[in-house]
Design a protein around this ligand. Structure first.
Ligand code: ACO
Length: 404
């Protein structure tokens, strides 16, 4: 099969939200802490009339309807989520209601879980199925659905909620470059949910930040090595038109891109200009641990990478800043922001994706985008998702509603 990847997308997020500025006032945080310090604008949340099941039912039925896909045409459905609704029954089985009605119960796949990475695991499973000898010619469907809720304290403004549905098949406008994948998997307690009766995670914010950056380094090295092996020339950020990150909060995305730029500097890659080399030189001999701890390096690399960040990352940050952390849906909501902002200029572009799930699992992979016929054109995907319309029709709530 050629160009297996994402044919169509739909996103749903709750219509209820709270402005981060209002949350700062409510929490007694200093002005700018959530908006500038974390880089977030607004946070969506589920009220008691919706949850990860209802959000994903909406995303899937809306995708099938708007792209006019017959539910009988779906042969595999996989869900990524870390929001536990039932310890045995998968979210996928709830979604079967949509297909049973149309007489289709012949659909493989169940749920994948590991923090924010489950959506990527589900996506790889479905793409691998379409590329395999067990593929029966029908479409695959991937659903990422989560509600991120934190206990009172510094992590609470990093919540959010959304569901994303993605239709998978050959000849896709968003095609996998299947050979270029670098993973890093390890045992860590940076964010986990040991209390099965609570929806709150136990999170060590600082540790999760370091784990994320270490995983990023590791995946980038492996991604670059795979690229060089199959492509014959070294990879640098100049070879990526856009870089999309899992986004627990925007500040971490800013730090992550700066970290990749520093990695390119250490690898003597072509993306780093002379002025930047001079500014980064004092940090070239730091050990790995020292480099994660250095505030000066963090600030300097963010500063020298700023122009590239604005071009390659900023267009991907819109939905995560407006909706908050959507766990498994976060990376794909960031990617949806790129389609929303740039759909008419993406033909031929390469997009590098970084997926991270605490605990920890992570992969860097890439897409090649191309213009396709309707309904699977990038501009039609932007039209169907209607991100501006959905954001406009939200109701802002008083912050006290989520704080007790
Ligand atoms: N104006 C501007 N910036 C400010 C202000 C202000 N008034 N006050 C603070 N800041 C800045 C700080 O300088 C800091 O920025 P820096 O990181 O660039 O130095 C930033 O705001 C955060 O402030 P801190 O005091 O360092 O951190 P805080 O105690 O608020 O906690 C944290 C932030 C760690 C991100 C917390 O919100 C958290 O734990 N969130 C959950 C993270 C998480 O879920 N991790 C798992 C990731 S994987 C996944 O998605 C499951």
């Amino acid at each position: 099969n050629n160009d297996v990847g994402i044919l169509a997308m739909e996103i749903y997020f709750p219509p209820t939200c709270v402005q981060q500025e209002a949350l700062e006032v409510h929490d007694g945080a200093s002005k700018g802490k959530y908006t500038i310090g974390l880089g977030q604008d607004c946070m969506a949340f589920c009220t008691d009339v919706e949850d990860v099941i209802s959000m994903s039912l909406t995303a899937v039925s809306s995708l099938l309807e708007k792209y006019q896909i017959d539910p009988k045409q779906i042969g595999r459905l996989e869900v990524g989520s870390e929001t536990v609704i039932d310890k045995s029954k998968s979210i996928k089985t709830f979604l079967m209601q949509i297909f049973e009605e149309h007489g289709n119960t012949d659909i493989e796949g169940v749920d994948s879980t590991n923090a924010c990475y489950g959506g990527t695991a589900a996506l790889f499973n479905v793409v691998n199925w379409v590329e395999s000898s067990s593929w029966d010619g029908r479409y695959g469907l991937v659903v990422c659905t989560d509600s991120a809720v934190y206990a009172e304290g510094p992590a609470r403004p990093t919540g959010g909620a959304a569901a994303i549905a993605m239709l998978i098949g050959p000849n896709a406008p968003i095609a996998f470059e299947s050979k270029f994948r670098g993973s890093h998997m390890s045992h860590a307690y940076d964010f986990y949910k040991p209390n099965l009766a609570s929806e709150y995670p136990v999170v060590d914010g600082k540790l999760s930040q370091t784990c994320y950056l270490m995983a990023l380094d590791s995946c980038y090295k492996r991604f670059c090595a795979k690229f060089e092996k199959f492509q014959g020339n070294p990879f640098s950020l100049s070879d990526a038109d856009y870089v999309v990150f899992h986004s627990p909060y925007n500040k971490l995305v800013q730090k992550s891109f700066a970290r990749l730029y520093f990695m390119d500097f250490l690898r003597n890659a072509s993306s780093v200009d002379e002025a930047a080399k001079e500014k980064l030189a004092p940090y070239s001999s730091l050990s790995g641990d020292e480099s994660y701890a250095s505030r000066d390096l963090e600030k300097t690399s963010q500063q020298v990478a700023k122009q590239l960040y604005d071009a390659k990352v900023q267009p991907t940050t819109f939905v995560p800043k407006q909706v908050g952390n959507m766990y498994t849906a976060s990376l794909y909501a960031a990617f949806a922001s790129l389609i929303h902002n740039k759909h008419s200029e993406l033909d031929g572009k390469r997009v590098v994706m970084f997926s991270y799930g605490s605990g920890l699992t992570s992969t860097m992979f890439s897409f090649r985008l191309r213009e396709c016929q309707n309904p699977f054109s990038l501009s039609n995907i932007a039209t169907v998702m209607d991100i501006s319309g959905k954001l406009k029709s939200r109701h802002e709530k008083n912050s006290s509603i989520i704080c007790n």
